[in-house]
Design a protein around this ligand. Structure first.
Ligand code: SF4
Ligand code: SF4
Ligand code: SF4
Ligand code: FES
Length: 946
């Protein structure tokens, strides 16, 4: 095996359509107009020496190493900054050029420490490579870098070091931070020979604005910025391309290895979702895979009050199967069920739902999308006919107006946020609808045209008011609506939104957003050119989540912003494979490809393939399973890769449901919070240890490739197969590619997908079938999947969760960049340096009224429960609104959230909880009790191990 080779073309691909032909070193090459000579030469296979150029960044022209001669032109221009021209004749290797390049390199090397043999980048250093490429053999003024400015190493960042003694001041890092990441954390301080790279105002990396995306480290041609893992382990010697297992952006990475040890994750330039960029999680936070708390042996116990007993795989699996069959014999077939994982692969998720439907004989299967984007599935399928976003991420490059609703992309979907910011810096306009002033509202060189800081729970009112403006001010795209949508339904909807109580003036009173702001935002969205909507859980996790999704879909149809690049409706999906887990038939009422279980033809297709009869009636959703458990009719559950105790609402109710079950089987990497109530623990495998596919927010199916053997012995799909066999339902697969073949056979939107095709094309976006063999970039191009687009009435119904004298504030929840979801992975990495605990954000006015100072412990109480955490006083939140993250189990923010949920899908209303905040001395009685129970529950009797 070897490292996956990626060519650096020196400058970005030109977008011009016109092609020009020129000659380089006697060979003819045809490239798009405005391509640099350097890139054109590289396409011919000629690598012109370079130091300051790289194809992730615009040309800069500072190092003067890439000089060329052009016939008919005086001098020796830099090839990275000189565009090609038709008929141009270029020479890249002449005696004069060789002499000049040697002179340039000699100056660089004379100012550089000559410790190559012990340097961490030895063998992976462009300065070293270029010295060789220009044939530098001696240095006349060698000073071994003694006079080089050296303010000292900065090792403050947990993942990379900065050693200024090796810096050649090429500015690639500074430009990467600006152009690729959009954070502008770095500058070049000083002038001439005393120039040095500096984070912020000459701060340490850790305390600067730096968000540790790693783009500067990737861009650095020397060891100045280098991964600590490379310094510790050595340079990698082989690599495998795989997909990040954190968020729904789906970044592609090269997992670079030395032997069987992972050295670093390097963003892959050919990755179509990330185009060579990354965030701190995917780039650096993979150490959890080797964390000492990872459970590697199966364990069982008869009561949750007992310690765990390590057992063999055979014993664990046969015990689990026997328990499930015993429960079914005693309480009936439907007394058990399972939950698929949005962190696992498509193939694994498909197998779990197959096991439950065909092996357990029940449709009691659900997935964590229940608690995040189930309203997206419902809302978009009602209006457009598919349950997924309409665009690819490249589409943002063609947007003129971007509306972000209830999403915090810089924290939740950072690589998409960087692409969005780039487009905004190019001049696209931004509208943000969010109760909180998130970073995207205002950051370096970015300012939202309109920030509608609405009260939590009023999304539908505000979106319908936007529609009111569009209809009453004649901003409808009538030709589009007449051609593509049901006209009668449109008229009905237009009459509805035009009613006076939907006017911005009326809605201002409910939402707290001024009528002028609503009107201005509506006009910009409808008339500003290509307008795209991106939204997140701030839309879906409400009692009117599905209604909000439909209101968004209505807006896009009414203005014709659907069916081409630059526009569309795009859910920013949370987990790495939440789109996939929904596609794979994880919902109780749907088989893969969103086909209702009651459809006889669909069911028969699966029955024939699987050789069993399937239940016709939909099974229980997660909340219904828990309710049934409390009622005594649901007794056993198989949960793969999901921590419902921490992530689902109303923790007390979840705990009561789990405690009432007789057999809880948890398959995971760590003893998570749900495992405190488990009887069987099956150790799971990480994304590094298995083959399969994930589907990201763009519907893009990408390969996950095994880079090391599973430390627990089995990939997750193999464990499901073992459990199925023990239950007497035989499944047989030698490789996950066979599971994908089965998915393709049974799912029309996946009919053209295979591992071979994914390996050949890199990735495909579903639908991928005979009609679209290479997949579908943009949906609904020539017509909606359901035929005519359907406008749906979106009456605003205020949530039953209301503030009052006892609970006067509204709590909303979200994420932070460095942590991920319930934090099971990121808490076990050095990312904790940025976020050791969940904090409660409160406006200075509300804090002062309560005598709360920054950092004080406060009690956060709702009708559902109470917890304590420390306060963070900030104007990011408006008066009357408080906010917290939910990454840490000792906070258990979901003790507070209620069991109100979306009317259509049961998606919990995480984003609106009426609360009160009071000063506190520390953890509540419940928190102390819970911590003690968790401690007891995690005891393991090692002696009993086989
Ligand atoms: S790691 Fe990212 S944010 Fe930090 S300085 Fe480098 S490019 Fe900028
Ligand atoms: S730190 Fe690296 S990328 Fe930045 S200027 Fe120095 S050598 Fe260039
Ligand atoms: S943006 Fe998401 S997919 Fe990309 S590296 Fe970060 S966590 Fe992974
Ligand atoms: S690579 Fe062209 S000037 Fe540096």
């Amino acid at each position: 095996m070897s490292l996956v080779a990626e060519i650096d073309f020196g400058t970005p691909r030109a977008k011009a359509e016109k092609m020009v032909t020129l000659t380089i070193d006697g060979a003819s090459v045809t490239v798009p107009e405005s391509t640099s000579i350097m890139r054109a030469a590289t396409e011919l296979g000629t690598q012109i020496p370079k130091l300051c150029a790289t194809d992730m960044l615009d040309a800069f022209g500072s190092c003067r190493l890439c000089l060329v001669e052009i016939e008919g032109r005086a001098g020796t221009p830099a090839s990275c900054t000189t565009p090609v021209a038709a008929g141009m004749v270029v020479r890249t290797q002449t005696e004069r050029l060789k002499h000049l390049r040697k002179g340039v390199m000699e100056l660089y090397i004379s100012d550089h420490p000559l410790d190559c043999l012990t340097c961490s980048a030895n063998g992976d250093c462009e300065l070293q490579d270029m010295a060789g490429a220009v044939g530098l053999r001696d240095v006349r003024y060698g000073q071994s870098g003694e006079k080089h400015p050296n303010p000292g190493k900065d090792e403050s960042n947990p993942y990379f070091t900065y050693d200024p003694s090796k810096c050649i001041v090429c500015s690639r890092c500074v430009r990467a931070c600006e152009e690729v990441q959009g954070t502008f954390a770095l500058t070049i301080a000083g002038r001439g020979f005393s120039s040095v790279v500096s984070p912020g105002m000459e701060e340490a990396f850790l305390t600067s604005e730096c968000v540790s995306c790693g783009a500067c480290v990737q861009a650095c041609p020397t060891a100045t910025l280098n991964e600590k893992s490379v310094i510790d382990i050595g340079t990698p010697e082989h690599s495998v391309v795989t997909t990040c297992a954190y968020c729904g952006v789906g970044c592609s990475f090269k997992a670079e290895m030395r032997g069987d040890e992972l050295v670093r994750m390097v963003p892959y330039k050919d990755g179509k979702a990330n185009r060579g960029h990354s965030c701190v999680k995917g780039r650096f936070a993979w150490g959890y895979a080797q964390h000492r708390e990872r459970i590697l042996k199966p364990m069982i116990r008869s009561k949750v009050t007992e310690p765990w007993r390590e057992v063999s795989w055979e014993e664990a699996i046969s015990h689990a199967a026997a328990e499930l069959r015993r429960i079914q014999a005693k309480y009936g077939k439907s007394s058990i069920g399972g939950i698929t994982s949005s962190r696992c692969t498509n193939e694994e998720t498909f197998l779990v739902q197959k096991l439950i439907r065909a092996g357990f004989g029940t449709n009691n299967v659900d997935t964590c999308a229940r608690v995040c984007h189930s309203p997206t599935g419902y809302g978009l399928s009602q209006t457009y006919g598919t349950s997924a976003g309409t665009q690819d991420f490249d589409s943002i490059e063609a947007s003129d107006v971007v509306m972000i609703i209830g999403a915090n992309p810089t924290d939740g979907h950072p690589v998409f946020a960087s692409r969005l910011k780039k487009r905004l810096r190019q001049g696209a306009k931004l509208i943000v609808i969010d109760p909180r002033r998130t970073d995207i509202v205002r950051s370096v060189h970015i300012e939202a045209a309109h920030h509608l800081a609405l009260l939590p729970g009023t999304n539908v009112a505000v979106l319908t008011a936007l529609a009111h403006v569009i209809v009453t001010e004649g901003l409808i795209n009538e030709p589009f609506v007449r051609e593509r949508c049901d006209w009668d339904e449109f008229q009905h909807w237009a009459e509805f939104v035009a009613q006076e109580h939907h006017s911005p003036e009326a809605v201002a009173k409910i939402s707290g957003v001024s009528a002028e702001a609503i009107r201005a935002a509506a006009r910009l969205y409808a008339t500003g050119g290509n307008a795209a909507i991106y939204y997140g859980l701030g839309v879906t996790e409400h009692s009117q989540g599905s209604t909000t999704v439909m209101a968004i879909a209505n807006l896009a149809m009414a203005t014709g912003n659907i069916g081409r690049p630059g526009v569309g409706v795009n859910p920013l999906r949370g987990q790495n494979n939440v789109q996939g887990s929904c596609d794979m038939g994880s919902f109780p009422h749907e088989l893969s490809g969103y086909r209702h279980i009651s459809g006889d033809a669909t069911r028969e297709l699966f029955e024939t393939d699987w050789g069993v009869k399937l239940e016709k009636e939909p099974g229980l959703r997660i909340p219904n399973m828990l309710d049934a458990a409390v009622d005594g009719t649901f007794k056993g559950i198989y949960i793969q890769g999901e921590d419902i105790l921490q992530s689902d609402p109303d923790t007390h109710h979840v705990a009561a449901g789990l405690a009432a079950m007789e057999c809880v089987i948890v398959q995971d990497l760590f003893l998570n919070e749900t495992a405190n109530y488990a009887h069987v623990f099956l150790p799971g495998s990480t994304f590094l240890e298995k083959d399969g596919t994930f589907t990201n927010a763009e519907r893009r199916i990408q390969r996950v490739r095994k880079v090391m053997a599973p430390k627990n012995g089995y990939a997750d799909w193999e464990i499901t197969v073992l459990l199925a066999k023990a239950l007497g339902f035989d499944m047989h697969y030698d490789h996950p590619s066979q599971i994908m073949d089965e998915i393709a056979r049974l799912t029309p939107t996946f009919a053209g997908v295979s591992f071979d095709k994914l390996d050949a094309l890199g990735s495909v976006q579903w639908p991928c079938n005979d009609k679209a063999p290479a997949g579908t970039r943009v949906m609904h191009m020539n017509g909606f999947v359901r035929g005519k687009g359907k406008f749906i009435i979106t009456e605003y119904v205020a949530t039953d969760e209301k503030t009052g004298p006892r609970f006067p504030l509204l709590l909303t929840t979200g994420r932070i960049l460095s942590q991920y979801n319930v934090g099971a992975q990121t808490r076990r990495t050095a990312n904790v340096v940025w976020h050791e605990e969940d904090r409660l954000e409160i406006h200075p006015h509300d804090a002062e009224q309560r005598g709360i100072r920054d950092g004080d412990w406060v009690k956060l109480a709702s009708r559902a429960g109470e917890t304590t955490l420390r306060a963070l006083i900030t104007e990011r939140v408006a008066p009357g609104v408080v906010y917290t993250t939910f990454h840490h189990p000792n906070t258990q923010a979901n003790v507070i959230t209620t069991d109100f949920s979306d009317w259509a899908t049961n998606c919990p209303e995480y984003k609106v909880t009426a609360v009160q905040i009071t000063p506190s001395n520390g953890p509540t009685h419940w928190q102390r009790q819970y911590a003690e129970q968790a401690r007891q529950s995690r005891r393991i009797v090692i002696e009993a191990a086989e």
